[in-house]
Design a protein around this ligand. Structure first.
Ligand code: F6R
Length: 609
């Protein structure tokens, strides 16, 4: 039988004096980027000790219209399936035999099969999930603990603690128990936070879920178990009571809302200039740059997806500016490779969410080699920050659209800063570079302001094709890869990013008038070479759209259309070029009527290997 893991999901909980249902659904809607195949809620009415449960394949929006449960305690779940089709049967919450203990879960219980075999002797299972063993275990432990005659709260905590001790794998869970005036939350290797309110508290996988209610947040740590009530929170770790400091999150609810844009992705692209400004502001001092760690003389960067492309840009950037060797590895490959690292290598993990499982594993592997580790992330207190020796925050603000946009731009900004930070430059030279960096927000803004003409026209054109190539050389090769990834994931057009000089080694066979090629150029040492590649592509009959700087008249002679970007020093060109490609992907997908913020089969933070 297929197993239904819940390794990529969003969970939320509420305990207070207000109606729980709208708060739980509202919170779930804000973290739908964690998954949106199926969802479920539970509301407990403390007045008559009733619990109401709904699980379904509807969207959260539909549930908001349809459900009308009353009660002041609630939990909810939104799921991203990795194994098996979504179904009501496998949606959360999952219950024990009595139907009184309910669990929502994000993670994977690796040993669920053996646990289930043991439990099947006395328990009735209703789903094919790994999660369902948890409420049944709690049910068993509670029966056992009851014999001790301890107070109810202590019994429940003990039963949860005991149950969790049997689990192998990862989890963030919220447990609701009929008749109990609180919720129990616990985490291991999956994120979980508690939002603090006034006579009410909130639990969630991610901060945006609670931002509408509060910006005071506790990040639960590995192994924490918390009893959350409306007027108090008790946290223990290893059966010892612990104190966790609340942090004030510098994000506002407007940061996490669409603010009049049709999609989060468009809003987030429009926030790219601000992400540059905020990230620069965080690290520019009166005398230069302060990143707060020693980068060493050899760097390995590990990352996935778009963050990996930022890392690849980082290689070109740092090697150009600081002239030290930079290696880049896909985290998922590095984890099982025979790569040997010297302890003088600094290993940097680049991850927007700070929760990507492959990237976290890679950083842990680097630590085993004795390497210094640095996290470059957007999310305060995320898992990666707990593993790395040092953390540098990009300051992109919450990114809700599943496709990464402003976080990529902010990651590039950190990589430029890192290059200058490492390079031992004379003061006047650094000053001149910093002047150029400070112009980047303006350049990005110019691309956005111009996007209604060339970018949208070319997007309408691309929307009619099923295959597109993106090519670039040097620092604009990763930009081409990012442009292709963005187009394919949100428009479902097959897009390939390629080194412009490599097409002739095979992909030329695919070039026809039905395979447009987007070529990215800047005035650098490979400008002429890229132009040569464009001529070769045109000779094979493929239409070419160039992304080129204002005033480049030469390129016009060889291509079918040009998307203009403002000129910058060539090594900085990935910023304006990527803004243009993000908009190109967005408007192409928009023309095709795609679900832009929630592309099929994807989720924003991939907490599974
Ligand atoms: C693509 C995208 C993904 C992420 C990747 C890594 O638009 O968003 O490829 O970049 O899943 O995520 P983080 O950066 O959170 O580690």
């Amino acid at each position: 039988m297929a197993v239904w893991w819940c390794d990529m999901c969003g969970i939320v909980g509420y305990v207070g004096e207000r109606e729980a249902l709208p708060i739980v659904l509202g919170s779930l809607r804000r973290i739908e980027y964690r998954g949106y195949d199926s969802c479920g809620v539970l509301v407990q009415d403390s007045a008559n000790e009733q619990i109401y449960i709904h699980k379904g394949l509807e969207s959260i929006g539909e549930l908001m219209e349809k459900l009308h449960y009353h009660g002041t305690i609630g939990i909810g779940h939104t799921r991203w399936a990795t194994h098996g089709m979504p179904s009501v049967r496998n949606a959360h919450p999952h219950l024990d035999c009595s139907g009184e203990i309910a669990v929502v879960h994000n993670g994977i219980i690796e040993n669920f099969q053996s646990l289930k075999e043991g439990l099947l002797r006395s328990c009735r299972f209703r789903s094919d999930t790994d999660t369902e063993v948890i409420p049944h275990l709690i049910e068993k432990m509670l029966e056992r603990a009851r014999e001790t005659g301890k107070p109810y709260d202590a019994l429940l905590k003990e039963a949860v603690r005991e149950s969790l001790s049997y689990l192998k794998g990862s989890y963030a869970i919220i447990v609701a128990i009929k008749g109990f005036d609180g919720l129990i939350a616990a985490r291991r290797e999956s994120p979980l936070i508690i939002g603090l309110g006034d006579r009410e508290n909130f639990i969630a996988s991610d901060v945006p879920a609670v931002l509408e209610q509060t910006n005071r947040v506790i990040y639960l740590e590995e192994g924490d178990i918390a009893v959350v009530k409306k007027d108090g929170i008790q946290i223990e770790n290893g059966a010892v009571e612990v104190t966790r400091v609340a942090r004030v999150i510098p994000w506002t609810i407007e940061d996490a809302e669409k603010g009049g844009y049709e999609h989060f992705m468009l809003k987030e692209i429009h926030e790219e200039p601000k992400a540059i400004i905020d990230t620069l502001r965080g690290y520019l001092t009166e005398t230069g740059i302060e990143l707060g760690f020693d980068a060493g003389h050899e760097i390995l960067m590990v990352a996935c997806g778009t963050s990996y492309y930022a890392a690849l840009c980082g290689k070109y950037i740092i090697e150009h500016i600081a002239r030290i060797p930079v290696h880049v590895e896909l985290a998922s490959e590095f984890n099982y490779s025979d790569t040997v690292l010297g302890d003088d290598t600094t290993v940097m993990a680049i991850t927007q969410s700070g929760e990507t499982a492959d990237t976290l594993m890679a950083l842990k592997k680097a630590k085993r080699f004795g390497c210094r580790t640095v996290a470059i992330t957007n999310v305060l207190g995320s898992s990666v920050t707990r593993i790395a020796d040092d953390t540098v925050y990009i300051r992109a603000g919450p990114e809700i659209g599943v496709a990464a946009t402003k976080s990529f731009i902010a990651q590039l900004v950190i990589l430029y800063l890192l290059g200058f930070y490492i390079a031992d430059m004379p003061g006047h030279e650094l000053e001149s570079w910093l002047g150029e960096l400070k112009r980047l927000p303006q350049l990005a803004q110019m691309v956005i302001d111009d996007s209604n003409t060339a970018i949208r026209a070319n997007a309408r054109y691309l929307a009619g094709f099923e295959n597109v190539f993106f090519v670039g050389r040097g620092v604009n090769l990763p930009v081409a890869l990012e442009g292709a990834l963005k187009l394919k994931e949100i428009s479902y057009i097959h897009a390939e990013g390629y080194a412009a000089g490599e097409l002739k080694h095979g992909p030329f066979a695919l070039l026809t008038d039905a395979t447009p090629v987007v070529a990215i150029l800047s005035y650098d040492n490979v400008y002429e070479k890229t132009l040569g590649n464009i001529k070769e592509i045109k000779a094979r009959g493929a239409p070419v759209i160039a992304v080129a700087v204002d005033g480049d008249e030469e390129v016009e002679k060889y291509v079918d259309a040009v998307i203009r970007v403002p000129a910058s020093r060539a090594i900085l060109s990935p910023i304006p070029n990527t803004v243009a490609l993000h908009l190109l992907a967005y408007w192409t997908a928009n023309t095709r009527g795609c679900e832009i913020d929630k592309p099929r089969n994807l989720a924003k933070s991939v907490t599974v290997e």
